[in-house]
Design a protein around this ligand. Structure first.
Ligand SMILES: [Zn+2]
Length: 296
């Protein structure tokens, strides 16, 4: 069934492409052209990405309606995002930036975000203003053997401009990790296009909270000014630690934007569908109760 619908889509896309080629002399509006271009980009992106993800079909990826979010990886892959419309009857609306796959070998951390994108797509409006980026390290995921680091060997989650980055991040790497190549913080802060995109997006989107999905420690962690959750599904709150150059350290501690880290229990094996929806439900309850909207 999945195969049939995927091939039907492909047939549809090919037909669409040939119709477009034949009618290219007819002027189309800029909006229509942009939508068609984005659909093509998503199709190409999903064909590359989904074979690497556990339990995410090509159709599911296409239905995510992700669009290029303005940034690109070192190897030129677009950093895809989706913004969701808000229920305008709500009095205050929290802005939430949801990030998956900053470490390319934590595959469930991207796949689970696709499941939440599907849940969000079911309703016409959301309680919160979501900006979702399920895969911010596509080169890491797509490496011959998926890697934690990006294509230049940088751990993006150590590349954010925390104070004294030069001294602390590089020293920590050399001494505490014994120059572990999986944890190299880069030569300078925000040296990588992927971390720069997250950095810029925080500035432009101004989230009230950032949710960053990782694996495989099976816990929740929180940096910054908010009351930590007790649990989401089976994941309990348990501090992982603060690292020089991490997103939680930069945004949570130094920008006062709380960063909730979800560490799924396995990097390659998905939680059950019911556990994925329990985490999703509990996350929304926590945002509703403990994150206040600073704007609007
Ligand atoms: Zn991670």
């Amino acid at each position: 069934m999945r195969l049939l619908s995927a091939s039907l889509f492909l047939f549809g896309a090919l037909t669409f492409a040939s119709v477009r080629a034949e009618t290219s002399a007819i002027p189309t509006t800029a909006v229509t052209a942009k939508v068609a271009a984005n659909t093509g980009k998503l199709h190409q992106w999903c064909k590359q990405v989904t074979p690497r993800l556990p339990k995410v079909s090509l159709n599911e990826c296409l239905n995510s309606k992700l669009v290029p979010g303005g940034g690109r990886s070192i190897k030129g892959l677009p950093l895809m995002t989706r913004d969701f419309a808000v229920d305008l009857r709500a009095k205050k609306v929290q802005r939430v930036l949801l990030i998956g796959g900053i470490h390319g070998d934590e595959k469930t951390a991207t796949a689970v975000v696709f499941k939440w994108l599907a849940a969000m797509s079911k309703s016409s409006a959301q309680e919160f203003q979501w900006k979702v980026a399920p895969l911010v390290n596509p080169d890491g995921l797509l490496a011959a053997k998926s890697t934690r680091v990006n294509a230049r060997g940088v751990d993006l989650n150590r590349n954010f401009p925390t104070p004294d980055w030069d001294k602390e991040a590089l020293q920590y790497w050399a001494k505490k990790t014994k120059s572990d190549p999986r944890r190299f913080p880069g030569k300078k802060p925000v040296s990588e296009p992927e971390s720069k995109w997250i950095f810029d997006t925080i500035k432009s989107f101004q989230p009230d909270v950032i949710i960053s999905v990782h694996a495989p420690f099976g816990v929740l962690d929180l940096d910054g000014p908010a009351q930590p959750p007790t649990r989401f599904g089976r994941l309990h709150y348990n501090r992982v630690g603060v690292y020089p150059g991490s997103l939680g350290n930069y945004s949570g501690i130094h920008q006062d934007i709380p960063v909730l880290t979800i560490e799924l229990p396995h990097a390659l094996t998905m939680p059950s569908p019911s556990e994925i929806s329990r985490i999703w439900h509990d996350m929304q309850v926590w945002i509703r109760q403990h994150i206040s909207a600073r704007k609007n």
